[in-house]
Design a protein around this ligand. Sequence first.
Ligand code: GDP
Length: 139
Amino acid sequence: MERTLSIIKPDGVAKNVIGEVVKRFETNGIKIVAMKMIQLSKHQAQGFYAVHKERPFFNSLTNFMTSGPIVVMVLEGEDVIAKNRELMGATNFKEAKEGTIRREYATDIEKNVVHGSDAPETAAFEIKYFFNDLEIQNR
Ligand code: GDP
């Protein structure tokens, strides 16, 4: 069993697609074992995206991520890191496969509706960034 962090970004929450995203996880055999809605401060967004701090879009990305509430979730399942990335689609929605979350709902390379950890090490860091052990259920 593997765990990963999923975020429905401010654009996804604003578009009222929380349910659509959650439904894709649940219908694809992925369990949600933690979930909350929060709004990040600039400092918190910068800490989360610290690996991108040298990228030209860092300031814009961290502003966007603080622009409204987000839904953070811990997902659990077999091979869930890769499975979630598959359901999300490519970073650039124009390159995302038909039927993926980003292809369906994203409008911009930055405003691409969802985040998903890309490897076991990043998943461990990202889950801890938002949740303590007591907030994650064993279902
Ligand atoms: P991800 O793992 O698919 O989310 O992609 P990355 O880790 O490469 O980038 C993190 C996030 O930064 C993406 O999900 C986008 O929201 C944003 N992003 C990536 N590339 C660009 C870009 O070229 N321009 C802007 N403005 N944002 C970007």
